[in-house]
Design a protein around this ligand. Structure first.
Ligand SMILES: [Fe+2]
Length: 186
């Protein structure tokens, strides 16, 4: 059984590396690292869900918010598309149905949380966004969009994850942006 998870992770790594967004591998790996800091005993389902939670962005063009759509509804559409892809792969590879349902649930809820495990996956995504994705996002999207994203990623995180943000080694400009946006003193 252990082998099946290792093989699927290798397959996902290969797909990401050959995809339209090979750079996503750093966020996949970094968010897995954060999950293991938050929960060293994370299940295989949690580890797979966090590693693969943004797979849809490798597979397809990035989703965009449509007119009159709430930001959170757009994020949920993105979550469901990723969950569909990963669970379909697991079905093809004949994973047990309980594992497939669990991974599906965790990816569907990685933006908003849910039960304890979904909250940990969400926290790991937030911490990884702030540590790993923030510099590139700021460069591509500019200040206003980045501030909206920072608020979303920070506000949804648990109190414990918010404390862990303090351990991130931000570049001076981004530290300042974090402080200004969240009214913090990092
Ligand atoms: Fe993510």
């Amino acid at each position: 059984m252990e082998n099946k998870w290792v093989n699927l992770k290798s397959l996902l790594e290969k797909i990401i590396s050959e995809s339209r967004r090979p750079d996503y591998i750093t966020h996949a790996q970094n968010s897995l690292d954060w999950l293991l800091k938050l929960e060293p005993n994370a299940t295989q389902e949690m580890k797979l869900a966090i590693f693969a939670h943004d797979m849809d962005r490798c597979w397809f063009e990035k989703m965009t918010q449509v007119e009159n759509e709430e930001f959170i509804d757009y994020k949920i559409r993105h979550s469901h598309r990723g969950a569909d892809i990963v669970s379909a792969m697991m079905m093809t590879l004949e994973f047990p149905i309980e594992s497939i349902k669990r991974v599906y649930y965790l990816i569907c809820n990685h933006e908003i949380g849910g039960d304890r495990e979904a909250n940990l996956v969400r926290d790991a995504d937030s911490l990884s966004y702030l540590e790993n994705n923030l510099p590139g996002y700021y460069e591509r999207q500019g200040k206003e969009a980045t501030q909206t994203k920072i608020r979303f990623m920070y506000d949804r995180a648990s109190g414990r994850a918010k404390e862990m943000v303090r351990a991130i080694n931000f570049a001076p400009e981004l530290r300042e942006l974090m402080n200004e946006t969240l009214d913090l003193e990092l």
